[in-house]
Design a protein around this ligand. Structure first.
Ligand code: MG
Length: 384
């Protein structure tokens, strides 16, 4: 029985993680979790899983829940609650499925407490990959990827040596606007952008897929997880999302991981690693039914955010932090219908071009740069 702390339990990854717990109640136990503002979800989780600790975003919600569940479960709130959930003494594994750079600090605290990390929060490695990987190494902690691409690479590397890798090939579905030219992206709506062809995911990541920033963040994440320079990480467009990523070795052999697009597969692999558990609900891959798989070269001019991510990653320092923070604010503004789709990349470009990078930033510097970038982009937004 593995005891789990789940950060971000009401989101897309969180909900699918709970679904896995439902299918294997003899394997996993939920000891702590955090939820944003969905209080009904908290009630449902408390009734069903009896966690020891639950944390929500707002103080008022925490107070209401305390009235309802006083004595039965510890109720906390805010960033402090997020950390308390991450370091819960009974948790062996922390599934970090929160959205945004708010996921960084709890991850670091959990690493210090020697919890195994199942990481779905990309921003943790994007903004502070050098610190997170160093801390994980120092504390002998495994960071298990939950993202489908990194899980694919991780699976391809079982029994392999990192020194034999020639390159990683991340696949990208292309997102909701893959068949549109830049000209055709003018004036696209939020609903159109949220309509992803293959994957069912949260709003932020679906927009990130449409701008290709999601793949950019994944490239940076792969750089840290698998210790490879950016020159050895490629992205190709693969519209069926059947090959989730692949590894080419020095001898020219390529190993790929395939499957129908279902996030529960990579989530469960992280939860059950190094074992595998059955997932009867997942639809089976039938290559004969699919017939053909398609691959295209990525167009960096069409998908400028991918280019930004490669540049920010190569330059290093605080550039990836700026990339991520500017993107978070810009995507939120687009979802609130304050800006046009193409302005997302304009805002990111402006934030990056004015930034003077700080080399080897510590956590405080990263947090400062993150905050400063958010303020800067907000200022730009107030002028639009
Ligand atoms: Mg992914």
């Amino acid at each position: 029985m593995k005891s789990i702390s789940l950060l971000g339990a009401s989101g897309s990854i969180g909900t699918q993680t709970l679904n896995i717990l439902d299918q294997h109640p003899d394997q996993f136990r939920l000891v702590a979790c955090t939820v944003g503002k969905n209080i009904d979800k908290v009630r449902e989780i408390i009734e069903k899983y009896s966690p020891k600790l639950v944390s929500v975003q707002k103080k008022e919600d925490a107070e209401q829940l305390k009235l309802e569940y006083d004595g039965k479960v510890t109720i906390l709130y805010g960033e402090e609650g997020l950390v308390e959930a991450a370091v819960h003494p009974e948790a062996e594994m922390v599934v970090n499925a929160v959205i945004g750079s708010v996921g960084l600090y709890p991850t670091l605290q959990a690493i210090k407490e020697k919890k195994t990390i199942a990481l779905a929060n990309k921003e943790t490695l994007v903004t502070a990959g050098h610190i997170v990987m160093e801390e994980a190494k120092n504390h002998g902690v495994s960071i298990l990827p939950v993202d489908s691409e990194h899980s694919a690479i991780f699976q391809c590397l079982q029994g392999e040596k990192e020194k034999n890798i020639e390159r990683l090939v991340l696949t990208a579905s292309g997102g909701s606007f893959r068949d549109r030219t830049r000209e055709q992206l003018k004036g696209v709506s939020v609903d159109e952008a949220l309509n992803h062809p293959n994957w069912s995911m949260g709003a932020k990541i679906t927009i990130d897929s449409a701008t290709m920033m999601n793949k950019g963040l994944e490239v940076i994440e792969a750089h840290w997880l698998f210790h490879l320079p950016y020159e050895q990480i490629d992205v190709i467009l693969h519209r069926e999302s059947i090959i989730h990523s692949m590894v080419e070795f020095h001898d020219s052999s390529v190993i790929a991981q395939l499957g129908t697009p279902d996030m529960r597969v990579p989530i469960m692999y992280a939860l059950s690693y190094p074992d595998r558990l059955p997932l009867p609900q997942a639809s089976r891959l039938s290559l004969t039914e699919i017939g053909q798989l398609h691959f295209e070269k990525m167009d960096m001019n069409r998908f400028r955010c991918l280019q930004f991510a490669y540049e920010a990653g190569r330059q290093g320092g605080t550039f990836p932090t700026v990339l991520n923070a500017a993107n978070e604010v810009a995507v939120a503004a687009f979802l609130e219908r304050k800006i046009e789709f193409l302005q997302i990349e304009d805002l990111i470009e402006q934030a990056l071009s004015r930034h003077e990078s700080i080399e080897h930033p510590d956590l405080t510097t990263i947090q400062e740069v993150d905050k400063e970038t958010r303020n800067y982009v907000q200022t730009l937004l107030s002028h639009t």
